[in-house]
Design a protein around this ligand. Structure first.
Ligand code: SIN
Length: 291
């Protein structure tokens, strides 16, 4: 049995639940909240946009229920936060390059995101956030888990923080897109980039753990077995610490907006042979992840 440390300062920060233009209902004390009082199909007022943005920075994962959104309205909401991302696997599809279809049926060989990961960290400028709009859900199941990477970092011991604080890790698109999804690489290959293992969030200025099982191939400058052992220790920390997580239960017409700069997520495929359908729009980060 493991032992929990007492509340860390990341958990004991009292996050805001009172905003002038929206209602915020937390899912856990430090990650995830449902937001009420916003119709995302209409342009947000400046006050709503500011409140949603502040709540997103605090809660990291925002859940908006009962939204009737066209694809253009979904994209227009995302554009409030920056330029839209084109996914590296889009060369395989004919559809809208700014929309990633997240569809699982009884015939699917895999479901996207079924494992802890942060979206597309193989990019030089990984998406700063993603918005998944789910319109078809199974009768039960199909939830998504999210983990707080500030807290994951905070709960490490000081010597481990010091050691990993000097390291960089390589993030390689081939790992999920060829290794798991068996897709053909585009001309020039999938992106592959190194980022620090501990990064500072560009807006909150807080430090966080920035390696993920989905994309990280190895730690730069370490022997293979050393890199494997340290990454396993960090992944095991994320996989075995429930207090890092929240769980989003989807209902049709739910949009969830997460901050990729400080979270990981894991889509749970527990509903075969039923189906689930959603569309994801991501926003390009303006800064490379940095220490
Ligand atoms: C993803 O963006 O990784 C998919 C998440 C989900 O389907 O819940």
């Amino acid at each position: 049995m493991g032992f929990s440390t007492r509340q860390s300062h990341v958990e004991s920060n009292s996050l805001r639940t009172r905003f002038a233009s929206i209602d915020v209902e937390p899912l856990t004390p430090h990650i995830g909240a449902e937001v009420r009082g916003v119709n995302l199909s209409a342009p947000l007022s400046n006050e709503q946009a500011r409140d949603v943005s502040d709540a997103w920075l605090d809660w990291k994962v925002l859940v908006f229920r009962d939204q009737a959104l066209s694809r253009e309205e979904h994209k227009a909401f995302a554009r409030r936060f920056g330029k839209l991302h084109v996914h590296p696997m889009q060369h395989l599809y004919d559809g809208d390059p700014e929309v990633l279809i997240v569809k699982t049926t009884k015939d699917s060989a895999y479901t996207s995101g079924d494992g802890w990961h942060t979206d597309v960290t193989c990019e030089e400028y990984p998406p700063l956030g993603s918005m998944l709009y789910v319109t078809e859900t199974p009768s039960t199941g199909g939830d998504t888990l999210f983990a707080n990477m500030y807290l994951a970092y905070e709960l490490l011991s000081d010597p481990v923080k010091k050691f990993i604080g000097e390291l960089e890790a390589v993030h390689d698109g081939k790992i999920p897109y060829v290794g798991s999804y068996k897709t053909k690489e585009p001309k020039g290959g999938y992106p592959r980039n190194a980022h620090p293992v501990v990064v500072t969030h560009p807006e909150t200025r807080q430090k966080l753990l920035y390696v993920n099982q989905g994309f990280t191939s190895h730690l730069v400058g370490l022997r293979r077995n050393e890199s494997k052992a340290i990454l396993s220790m960090l992944y095991n920390h994320i996989n075995s610490t429930p207090r890092l997580w929240c769980r989003v239960e989807w209902k049709p017409n739910t949009l969830t907006f997460w901050d990729n700069r400080c979270t990981q997520h894991h889509a749970v495929w527990d509903y075969h042979p039923e189906s689930r359908y959603g569309e994801r729009v991501s926003i390009v980060g303006e800064e490379r992840p940095h220490a």
